[in-house]
Design a protein around this ligand. Structure first.
Ligand SMILES: NC(=O)c1ccc[n+]([C@@H]2O[C@H](COP(=O)([O-])OP(=O)(O)OC[C@H]3O[C@@H](n4cnc5c(N)ncnc54)[C@H](O)[C@@H]3O)[C@@H](O)[C@H]2O)c1
Length: 491
């Protein structure tokens, strides 16, 4: 199968060379995808710009009807989409189903916004004058997405964009074009007018750069690593673009001395090894009170024995492959660094390449303990199934260690003490805080994003996503029949 760009409601036969997309579970070629260039972006922007004028005139509740239909089609195809997702990026099938469901939920949730898109009416300072502010669409928006959530993140961005009256160009990650291809087919079948949704496949340096530099792309909504996000922000800043950034994480679970340890172990396991540790919200640090440290280590080790590793399509598998060989090497490199830094390896720490694993990208779930809070494995995003246990003596110290990283996406605390809960939720410097649950599991109707090196103040999903894709427009209607001069001091 060869995947082509979807521009102006049609599959394009033009574009650059094709490149192979591999299944990380077994190395098989799944399809080939275009590596497009600047001319393809230009064509997509032209079509999006033309379509946007008409699209903005479609009443928002009618725009929402398309989202209801997109949601319905996604629901009808949920199993197919989930299977494609697992083959393409490796996450186990039950997680893939969960991700597709997030996309369906987002479609219905944002469709509901078509009947809200609330603005504000406020009293004017002057008699016989009406004042209000409304959300106005911005125009053509550019969406750049990562491979680890190839469908959910795209829906967090594209659905609010279109319900608000924008049109978009979406550049998916080169590792995961098949989900974008499936979504393009759904957009087409839902009858979305030509040019509203455009998909251009290719590298970040070619397609991403061309999108950011194009004068008619008014917003760039980016999710990916902090390193790439910094570059996107710099280039976007030079072109005075509105740039929304959702970037990396180094998320921690705090386990206090009064925690329910069984619950904590379950929470840690799920959030550290789900998606093979490749979630932006994945738990990669466990900050544990000294009085329960050795008990927690033992229980984690015991629980990790039950993790089956393999092809995510197998329903019994709990940990799938990581996305590609490069990721595998990066994770292994960090494990070596951890050992050099003096951390004690309790479990895992190897690439799996024996029988049944040889053509895939599998890494053993790994547990380090006695990790120093300021060591590299405790500070840098590894993006794989590796946990670092850090010992602390108090809640204050736990919060300080949590906040010591450059990232600020998600955090969690296990405790039975309500006072500690409220202290923690106030002082943890992250965009998301969980209590008595792991660091993953965001719901689509709440804002998603983080502080410091994770984000630049914008949020995906929730109503907050509309702030990225709309401009506030203030409107004054004077019905006095005379010129009333505001901002004149009459005292
Ligand atoms: N905060 C969040 O919401 C969130 C969610 C998921 C993933 N992430 C982060 O994403 C990262 C993993 O994803 P990844 O490896 O795909 O990230 P990445 O930064 O390598 O790539 C992300 C996207 O940016 C594109 N890109 C690369 N170079 C570019 C450039 N020069 N200009 C424009 N675009 C460019 C890529 O092609 C891809 O589409 C992790 O750091 C993870 O924490 C964050």
């Amino acid at each position: 199968m060869k995947l082509d760009n979807y521009i102006n409601g049609a599959w394009q036969e033009s574009g650059g060379e094709y490149t192979a997309v591999l299944n990380p579970a077994n190395g098989e070629t799944l399809c080939e995808v275009r590596l497009s260039g600047r001319e393809d972006v230009d064509r997509a922007v032209e079509s999006a710009k033309k379509a946007q004028k008409q699209w903005a005139l479609v009443p928002a509740p009618k725009r929402a009807d398309y989202l209801y239909e997109i949601g319905r089609l996604m629901k009808e195809r949920k199993e197919h989409l989930s299977q494609v997702l697992t083959k393409e990026m490796g996450k186990v099938i039950e997680e893939a189903r969960g991700e597709v469901q997030e996309g369906i939920d987002m479609a219905y949730y944002m469709a509901g916004e078509g009947r809200r898109l609330f603005g504000e009416t406020v009293p004017s300072e002057l008699q016989d004058k009406f004042a209000m502010s409304v959300r106005a669409p911005i125009g053509v928006v550019g969406l750049i997405t990562p491979w680890n959530f190839p469908v959910a993140i795209a829906t967090w961005k594209s659905f609010p964009a279109i319900v608000a009256g924008n049109t978009f160009i979406w550049k998916p990650a080169t590792e995961t074009p098949m989900m974008a291809y499936e979504m393009a087919k759904i957009f087409e079948e839902a009858g979305l007018p030509a040019g509203v949704a455009n998909i251009v496949f290719g590298s970040g340096s070619d397609v991403g750069t061309a999108m950011i530099e194009h004068p008619d792309v008014r917003v760039i909504s980016f999710t990916g690593s902090t390193e790439t996000g910094r570059h996107v922000a710099e280039l976007g800043g030079r072109h005075l673009k509105k740039v929304s950034l959702e970037m990396g994480g180094k998320n921690a679970v705090i386990v206090m001395d009064d925690a329910d340890l069984n619950l904590a172990v379950e929470g840690i396991l799920w959030s550290a090894f789900g998606t093979a540790g490749q979630r932006c919200t994945a738990c990669s640090r466990v900050i544990v009170h000294k009085d329960v440290k050795s008990e927690l280590e033992q229980r984690l080790l015991e629980a990790m024995k039950g993790l089956t590793i393999g092809d995510g399509l197998d329903e019994s598998v709990k940990v799938g492959p990581v996305v590609n060989k490069k990721a595998l090497e990066k994770i292994d490199g960090y494990v070596k660094i951890g050992k050099e830094e003096g951390a004690r390896l309790l479990a895992g720490g190897n690439i799996l390449d024996g029988a049944g694993y040889s053509d895939g990208c599998y890494y053993e779930p790994t547990l380090f303990t006695d990790v120093k809070w300021d060591s590299r494995i405790a500070q840098e995003e590894i993006f794989g199934p590796v946990i670092s246990l850090i010992e602390v003596g108090s809640l204050d110290e736990a919060i300080e260690v949590n906040n010591s990283v450059v990232y600020g996406l998600s955090s969690s605390i296990f405790t039975q003490d309500v006072n500690k809960v409220f202290r923690a939720q106030r002082d943890l410097d992250t965009g998301i805080v969980y209590v008595n649950a792991g660091t993953t599991g965001a719901e689509i109707h709440l804002p998603f994003g983080g502080t410091k090196g994770t984000g630049n103040g914008h949020r995906d999903s929730g109503v907050a996503a509309l702030d990225v894709f709309t401009e506030w427009k203030s409107i004054y209607v004077d019905y006095s029949g005379k010129l009333q001069r505001a901002q004149i001091d009459t005292e």
